[in-house]
Design a protein. Structure first.
Length: 223
């Protein structure tokens, strides 16, 4: 029996048991890391130049995979995980690069849970010389002004605002109410424009961050 022939059920244990027995494309559970990566290179070959851009500019598996899989999700029209992946990639690349600068002699095995993506984190990155202007959204002319805003009139830059919303499950601003409040709806395609904006930001960020890391000898490129 194939996985898609399992009878409908309201009980998760039954579905899970059937999954463990049948496992669609069972080979994906048996592939080595290298085989898995090669399979995905072949599967996503149509947009491989964009995938390779992030691999080559960043060369840091601690965060370049977020961008690569964000691209894969986007081209397959999985906009929710695409948006989340791009945002996580920006956050991870900032946090790890800052930690590597501040701890040049130590291997980073854990990041502080207190310094997550925020105006303050981006300001810290700017103080260390990171090219944070690349994180401004298209047409976000007041990026620096927002970054320097303080309480009680603090304004989050767009990359932070979207991270705080999307990565915590808040998609309310993307609900489509064009047909009236009573006919409001949300589908993942509602995030498509944001996804393209994040791809643009991620590309510029990867290019400039990669250059910064190489120049400061904190990249994984061969010396």
């Amino acid at each position: 029996m194939n996985f898609n022939q399992i009878p409908r059920t309201d009980k998760w244990n039954e579905l899970w048991s059937a999954f463990l027995t049948i496992q669609p494309r069972k080979e994906i559970f048996e592939q080595s890391a290298a085989e898995h990566i090669q399979f995905h290179f072949d599967l996503n070959t149509d947009w491989s130049p964009m995938r390779n851009f992030f691999f080559e500019r960043l060369s840091a598996a601690e965060f370049h995979w977020f961008f690569v899989q964000g691209v894969d999700c986007m081209f397959n029209e999985f906009y929710i995980p695409a948006v989340s992946s791009f945002l996580n990639g920006v956050e991870a690349s900032l946090r790890i690069t800052i930690a590597q600068i501040q701890n040049p002699e130590n291997d980073i095995v854990e990041l502080t849970p207190y310094k997550v993506l925020s105006n303050n984190l981006i300001s810290d990155a700017r103080d260390l010389g990171l090219p944070i202007e690349a994180l401004a959204f298209p047409n976000e002319k007041d990026f620096i002004e927002k970054l320097e805003s303080i309480k009680p009139n603090i304004k989050m830059v767009e990359i932070v605002r979207h991270r705080n919303n999307i990565c915590h499950g808040n998609i309310l601003e993307f609900i489509n109410a064009e047909l009236g409040k009573e006919n409001s709806f949300f589908t993942p395609v509602s995030l498509r424009i944001l996804c393209f904006e994040l791809l643009s930001v991620s590309g510029k960020w990867a290019e400039q961050l990669g250059k910064f890391r190489r120049e400061n000898k904190i990249s994984h490129y061969d010396k």
